[in-house]
Design a protein around this ligand. Structure first.
Ligand code: SAM
Length: 453
């Protein structure tokens, strides 16, 4: 693989740059890694080598076909590039000790950073995962649903829409669209599409995105900025642009020498953290955190009415094992959110398009409650829901929406599980059943004979 000469020239003055070592590292395949879901325990990869900067990160010796693993569909782990898991180390910073936190992940699809943030946060914290491109927002929504949290909501807005939520967020993560040089080993297209002109274009877009969202960060709040580009124009120079245009303080992040992470300083003295495959077991990545040191406007308090729906409450209380939730009605679907987020629900609704909030519970029909797929994947799902444990062949058939030979003794709704983790719903109508896995979630690939067991 030939790294463009113009890119290598851009890196000459970058701390830690080793031309020969970087070129040599690009003769090796990308590293494969996953991050385990701490709320969905399973045997998958638990004993694999740990990613040094993220307790739930695991390296894999090779890349399996994840689609053929029901545990992947159950949200037991997320396939994520190892370097970017360093976000966990950044979030562990002392300035974020004041809870509860409102976090915005502005450029969130497909959901790697958002699922990591979700695992880091507590129930009272709130994560808004945003993706401006609609088709990518639906993949984000699917991945966040799999991860199973009630306090991770999905929006699909332009960054400037968030600018109107003045002083609202404690943390904003901008994992910016970039020229992608850090992913050359993973994605050959990134190499084909790389050009100096595109680096320039990306740098301007990064500045525009940051300027648009900046008002939404509260005073003392933390902006975490990341790219998968090696170019200083998209990394340290963006930090300098921030410090020229806003009042910011750089935040150092703890690292250990043996991790191979290179701490750099921008010209204005802000800290950045570089990952390069000749030094770390991972791909190219850059991350930095700055604290906002200027006053932010406050939002006007809002008035709202709490939804009182005793009947729906009674009909749904068997679905989740959690207290302190309130119901919202989204068209005909009922949604459970934490009581402490009721005000956020009403504020956010005024400013942005809420694609997904809380845990969808489903819809009442004249005869019964139609449970939503969300419940099956929720980390709060009630353990008393009647469920049927599947073997791998049955699970794959269910996920492919093919007839699986499942022993049914009763009629009614059943949750199907694999290794105890929810996969989806069926409704038994005697000897037959209807498969309620949403159509667009189904496995589309042909399953090789050897992979059924
Ligand atoms: N954070 C994601 C993760 O960890 O899985 C990866 C994000 S990717 C590096 C950047 C994202 O920014 C893409 O999903 C892309 O669609 C989105 N994006 C593209 N143009 C944008 C813009 N003008 N404003 C905000 N986001 C944009």
């Amino acid at each position: 693989m030939n790294i463009p000469e113009q890119l290598l020239a851009q890196l000459n003055d970058v701390k830690g740059f080793n031309r020969e070592a970087l070129i040599e590292a690009h003769n090796h395949p990308a590293v494969t890694s996953v991050r385990l879901n701490p709320h969905k325990h399973s045997a998958a990869f638990a004993d694999n080598e740990q990613v040094p900067w993220c307790a739930s990160g695991r390296y894999l010796p090779e890349r399996p076909v994840f689609t053929l693993d029901p545990l992947y569909h159950a949200g037991a782990y997320y396939v994520q590039e190892a370097s970017s898991m360093f976000l966990h180390q950044v979030l562990s910073s002392e300035v974020l000790n004041n809870r509860p936190l409102r976090v915005l992940d502005l450029c969130a699809a497909p959901g790697g950073k958002s699922t990591l943030i979700a695992s880091f946060l507590g129930e009272d914290d709130l994560l808004v995962s945003n993706e401006v491109i609609r088709t990518r927002a639906s993949i984000l929504e699917e991945n966040m649903t799999r991860w199973g949290h009630m306090n991770t909501w999905v929006t699909s807005n332009d960054p400037k829409d968030f600018g109107r939520l003045t002083g609202y967020f404690d943390v904003i993560v901008v994992d910016a669209p970039c020229s992608g040089s850090g992913l050359f080993r993973k994605d050959a297209r990134a190499l084909d599409e790389w050009s100096e002109a595109n680096v320039q274009l990306c740098s301007q877009r990064q500045q525009r995105i940051l300027a648009d969202v900046w008002p939404a960060l509260k005073e003392g709040g933390v902006l975490i900025y990341a790219t998968c580009s090696y170019s200083p124009q998209e990394d340290e120079e963006i930090l300098d642009w921030l410090s020229e245009n806003f009042e910011v303080k750089g935040l150092p992040v703890k690292t250990q020498a043996e991790w191979g992470v290179v701490e750099t300083q921008s010209k204005k003295g802000l800290h950045g953290y570089r990952f390069s495959p000749d030094k770390v077991k991972g791909e190219g990545f850059f991350i930095a955190a700055v604290q906002k040191k200027e006053e932010a406007d406050e939002l006007k308090p809002i008035r709202y009415k709490t939804l009182q729906d005793k009947k729906a409450q009674e009909q749904t209380q068997h679905l989740l094992d959690t207290d302190f939730v309130c119901l919202q009605l989204d068209k005909e679907n009922y949604v459970a959110i934490h009581l402490s987020h009721e005000v956020d629900y009403h504020i956010l609704k005024q400013f942005v398009y809420l694609r997904k909030t809380g845990t969808q519970l489903g819809t009442p029909t004249p005869k019964e409650w139609l449970p939503a797929h969300d419940v099956a994947l929720s980390i709060h799902r009630s353990k008393s829901i009647p469920s049927i444990e599947l073997n791998k062949e049955q699970a794959l058939k269910f996920l492919k929406k093919e007839e699986a030979d499942i022993q049914l003794n009763d009629k009614g709704w059943f949750l199907l599980t694999y290794n105890g983790l929810g996969l989806g719903w069926i409704k038994s109508i005697g000897k037959r059943y209807n498969n309620y896995l949403p159509k667009h979630w189904r496995i589309r690939m042909e399953i090789p004979d050897a992979d059924w067991e």
